[in-house]
Write a protein that binds this ligand. Structure first.
Ligand code: MN
Length: 241
């Protein structure tokens, strides 16, 4: 390669690289697996970290069984429930919005598949913190950050039997806290709590029993040590749009 051509190629590579940086920087709401616009994926999505990543708050054995047995079963059963039906090519968002017209298999396994995707991605261990934007909204809605946690904890601790606690952005763009039974979620038309999920907590016994046994409250308290606020902030900003 001539000196001149080499120079030209180098410049092109550098420009292409900078363009990539610019596109990523200008698109902070870049879609992740948590956006329900797509159809159920052809392959079971990987856990975004190792089984032991959330130790000691959530133990590796619980994570392994939870992801590889429970979540995988919801995924497989959901794939089988939509196979050969119109739902095979329908976005999760659409399926959830029309859940009242769907079977229990689609409701339980579709919810079970998607809720766990949300859950894995809003967990992590690091130094993330709630954004100023989210903190301000939390403070003005619940009075203080502590009051917000107390309200969320209460939703999680008092959900009778199996279910989920949620922080959502309601259709009129207000923060709200609530819980759903079984594998229902706030995107479903059958759910009294409606909105875009911002933060999810699984309170099924399978999520904590090996480590916490009957002490769900201890698990709920430990949850706050492993919230991935970067993802929660991203969801909030995306839902506001
Ligand atoms: Mn679960």
């Amino acid at each position: 390669m001539k000196q001149r051509d080499l120079f030209k190629t180098s410049v092109l590579v550098a420009v292409a690289f900078l363009a990539t940086l610019f596109v990523n920087a200008s698109d902070p709401q870049k879609k992740t697996a948590t956006d329900p616009e797509g159809v159920v994926p052809a392959e079971f999505p990987a856990l975004p970290y190792g089984y032991d990543a959330l130790e000691p708050y959530i133990d590796a054995r619980t994570m392994e069984i939870h992801y590889d047995k429970h979540h995988r079963a919801y995924y497989t059963n959901f794939v089988n429930a939509v196979k050969g039906t119109a739902n095979e090519k329908t976005s999760l968002k659409e399926i959830f919005a029309n859940m009242s017209k769907n079977s229990d298999a689609v409701r339980n396994n579709g919810g079970g598949y998607y809720n766990h995707i949300l859950f894995w991605e809003n967990l992590g261990k690091g130094t993330s913190a709630p954004s100023r934007e989210l903190t301000d909204a939390i403070t003005s809605t619940f009075g203080s950050f502590d009051k917000f946690k107390e309200t969320f904890n209460n939703a999680a601790k008092t959900r009778f039997g199996s279910g989920w606690a949620w922080l959502v952005l309601t259709p009129d763009k207000k923060l709200a806290i609530g819980s759903t039974p079984n594998q229902d979620n706030p995107l479903m038309d059958i759910s009294p709590l409606k909105g875009t999920p911002i933060l999810a907590l699984d309170v099924w016994e399978h999520a904590y029993y090996l480590k916490y046994q009957n002490k769900r409250a201890d698990y709920v308290d430990a949850f706050w040590s492993v919230v991935n606020w970067d993802e929660v902030n991203r969801r909030y900003a995306a839902a506001l749009k």
